[in-house]
Design a protein around this ligand. Sequence first.
Ligand SMILES: Nc1ncnc2c1ncn2[C@@H]1O[C@H](COP(=O)(O)OP(=O)(O)O)[C@@H](O)[C@H]1O
Ligand SMILES: [Mg+2]
Length: 303
Amino acid sequence: METASVPQLDPSGGRVEPILSTAPHFSRFPVGLSNLYILSSTAFGCSMMVVAVSVQGLRKSFASLEVLKGISLDAYKGDVVSVIGSSGSGKSTFLRCINLLEQPDAGTIRVGDESVRFKGSPGTDYRVADRKQVERLRRQVGMVFQNFALWEHMTILQNVIEAPVHVLGLKKSETVELGLALLARVGLADKKDAYPAFLSGGQKQRAAIARALAMQPEVMLFDEPTSALDPELVNEVLQVIRDLAEEGRTMILVTHEMRFARDVSSQVMYLHEGVVEESGTPDKVFNRADSELCQAFVRSVHG
Ligand SMILES: Nc1ncnc2c1ncn2[C@@H]1O[C@H](COP(=O)(O)OP(=O)(O)O)[C@@H](O)[C@H]1O
Ligand SMILES: [Mg+2]
């Protein structure tokens, strides 16, 4: 699944490796690199970096409030991008635009092989041209919300398998197997028949992550996944996200957990009033930011 959309460049049939994708701790390239494919030779053939998510010039207003003022990001397969910034800076709106829960007013969005087609004029009647494409794009994007958004009337296992059965059209027996494996992976095998109301916040969020993974998405978006949790439950959720990072999943994560962002990210993006005020490696953003606003933000959240 991870490499299904990748052109096969190695005629010997060897694995085509996305460069650096297996080392999430390793700093990659700064935000804004816009090449779609970067090829390089290795001893075993060709390697490549594949863009998983590319957003260029994204703008979004709510009435007269301009919330995103031209945001660009390229996330490569295996990248973990942390988005940080004060409340109201546009972080959630940015994530919601990526899977078109919000319609941007201008800009381009690409996830995997889907480059969203827009019609109309930027800033006036700009809108998605093809609703079917939106559905295809959303299948490639798993989203985890601050407040879990589990279906309360379904058991945890039903929550996890609902979309694969109805959206992907998989057989129920296959999805049950998949669902149980995912629940085991997030440490919830024994909760499969429980209803969300009987779970702790940390367990609910781990179930929500399993549910998102069940769609086998190209990219995972997390919007402050630990902000609604009691402090003692934060780590169990961060550990699951860390495991996903270590297995090379592409993720974009809005978080206030700065230490975590520093540890797991390949890129960090600091948003201020709808602008990418600073971006780059965790070292750059946390230790050597050019922007004084970013430096002040980092100081304030580190206490
Ligand atoms: N659906 C909406 N309608 C009107 N204003 C909104 C809507 N969503 C977000 N906003 C406003 O956009 C700004 C950015 O919000 P948001 O993206 O949620 O910021 P963050 O996630 O960084 O806290 C805020 O001023 C917020 O009130
Ligand atoms: Mg938010």
